[in-house]
Design a protein around this ligand. Sequence first.
Ligand code: ATP
Length: 647
Amino acid sequence: MEKSARPRTALNECVKVVVRCRPLSQKEKNEGYDEVKKARPEQKWYERLSSKNPVDNKKFEGPLQVVKVWPERGAVQVYNPKGQDKLFTYDAAYDCTADTQTIYDEMVRPLVASVLDGFNGCVFAYGQTGTGKTHTMEGTADHEGIIPRAFRHIWAHIENGASPDVTHLVSCSYVELYLEDVRDLLSKECKKLTIRGQELNGFYIPEMTSVVCKSAAEMVRVMRAGNKNRAAGRTDMNEHSSRSHAVFLVTVETAHRPTNRIRVGKLNLVDLAGSERQAKTNASAERLREASRINQALSSLGNVISALAENSPHVPYRDSKLTRILQDSLGGNSKTIMIANIGPASYNYDETITTLRYAHRAKAIKNKPVRNEDPKDAKLREYQAEIERLRALIEQRKTASLDKKPKKPPKVKPQAQDNVLVEEDTVSIENENILAESTIEQEKNKTEELEQQIKALEERLVQGGGGGGKELINNLNESQVILEQRHMEIAERKKREVEMQQRIELEEETTASVTNTFTTLQQEVDHKTQRLKKCVSKYLWLREEMVEQREAHDAERREREALQAALIAALRRRLLLADSLVPDAGRPAVLRARYSDDSDSWELRQVPKSVPSALKKEHVVESVGRKSARAAPRPTTAHRLGTAGVR
Ligand SMILES: Nc1ncnc2c1ncn2[C@@H]1O[C@H](COP(=O)(O)OP(=O)(O)OP(=O)(O)O)[C@@H](O)[C@H]1O
C-alpha cells in the first residue's frame, strides 16, 4: 500500500471550476421562459466600433432562455441583448441534462481519492439563490447529491482496502455561518463557536463537535441531524432557501502499521447561501438582515477570489468568517473545486453573468496542496497511545494481582495443644483470603473496565479490508474497484478532450496566419480582413465587458447602499420605539459608527449631544457587520446618520 517514493507535495494546482446550469423550473416554463433565442440582429462591427457607447441599454423583449452550454468545449455561452454573446470557458460545463453522478465521477471522485491519500480537499457550490447549490451538494429525497456520494466513496475505499495493516478513523463535523456567527449544527442548541486562527492544516475551531462514524449511512444520519438545525426560509426566488453557509467537514485518518505513519485528509463540503438582489426578493426585515450578511460574506469571498486571481500581495481573508474558513481552500493547502450554479432564464441574466465572471476569475487561483503526514493533532495517534497505555495498565495489574493470590490454610496437626494455634492461624488466613478475594474482585472489575475502554476506542477505528472474509463480498468489492477505475479513466479521457478542444480553439486563433499559405493576393486580403474582424470583435467584446463590469459594480454598490439605508431606517424605527429606554432620552444625539476591538465589529453608537464630553455616555445601539480591524473600511457617510434624524 505504502509507497515511500511518492512525492509529499503536489505542484501548484489551480482551483478547478465547473459550471452547472439547472433546468427551467415549472414556474419558469409556465411563464414562457422555454423560448430559446436563436438569431439576433447583428450590428456591423465597424458601426459598433464607431458608436461612442458600445453598450446600449437594450433589455430582453420577452421571457427567454439565454444560456447555452457546450459540454464538449467546457464552455458557457450567454445571449447578450446589449451586444455580443458572452462566452466563458471552464474546466467543465454541464447543462440541464447532466446528472450529479456524472459531475461526481468526472470532477469530484479524483478529489475525494486525494483526500483518502492524505490531502485536503474542498468542494464548494456558489451561485445565485435557487440555482441548485443544495440540489448539487446535498441532493434531495430522490436525488443523491455530492456529499452523500462522497460518504459512499470514502467507505467503499475503506472496506475495499486490501490490507488489514491499515487502520482508519473517520470523523465529521458540521457548522453553519449564520449572520456572521459560526454555529455548531451537531451540538445541542447549536452553540456558537469561535474560529481560532489558521492552523497549518485547515481552519481551527476548538469546540466544534466531531462525531466518529463507521459507515456511510451513519454519516448521512449525522448530515440530516445537522440539516434539521440549519437556518432555512422561503424567499420569492426559492421555496426552501438556505439562509446560511454550511460547511460539512470530513476528516479521514489512515494509519499504516508497518511504517507507523498516519495520513490525515480533510474534506470540506460547502453549500453557500445564494446571493440575491433585494429588488427581486420582496424581503421582510429579517430576510433583509440575513440577505445583507449573506451578500456581505459573498462579496468578501469575491474580493478574496479577485485578489488571488490578480496575485495581489494582500488577500483580505480576515474580512469575513466565510473567507477565514475557506482560506486554505483558496490559495492554500488544498485541492479545490468550485461548482458555479446558474439558471438559464433571461430574468437572471445579471446574476448569471456575475457568477460566470467570478467563476472565470477563480480559475486563476493557485493552491499548494501538501500531503498531511503525521500531523501533531492526529486523533488516531492519540487513540493508539491511549490503547497502549490501557494495555500496559492491565498488564501491570495482572502481575500485581499474582502476589495477592489467596493462601492455603495450614493442615490441622493431631496434637491437641497445637490445635488452638493452628485454628487461630486458619482464621487469620481465612480473613486475609476474604480480603484478597475482594481485592482480586475489585482488580478484575477494574481490568474489565479498562478492557471495555480499549474496546470502545478500538470500535471507533476501522481496520482496512472490512469487506474481506467472504468470497462473495470480496468479488463484489473487486468489481466495484474495477468499476470505479473505469469511471475515473473515462472521466480523465473526457477532461483531456475538453482541454484539447480548448487548446485547439486557442491555437486556431493564434497560429492561423502563420500556417496559412495563399495562392493569390485576394486570398491573403480576405484572410487578413477576417483576422482583423476577429480582432475588432475581441476588442469590442473587451470594451463592452469593461463597461458592463463597471455598470454591474455600480449597481451592486447602489444596492448595498439601499440595503444599508433600509437597515438603518429599520434601526431608527426600533430606536424611536425604545426611546424611553435610552439613558439620554430627550437629548439630541448622533449615531456614530465605531469599530470595537472587543467584539471585532462595527457598532452603531448613540452619542448624546450638548453634554460635556467627560459626561458623554455612549450607548451601543447595534453591531453593524463584522470587519477585522486591519481590513475594515472607514465608516461611510451612510453610517453617520444626520444629527437631526435621531433624538
Ligand atoms: N440540476 C437540477 N435538476 C433538477 N432540479 C434542480 C436542479 N438544480 C436545482 N433544481 C431545483 O431547483 C430548486 C432550487 O434548488 P436549490 O434549493 O438547490 O437552490 P439553491 O441554489 O441551494 O438555493 P438557495 O441559495 O436559496 O439555498 C429546487 O427545487 C431543486 O430541486
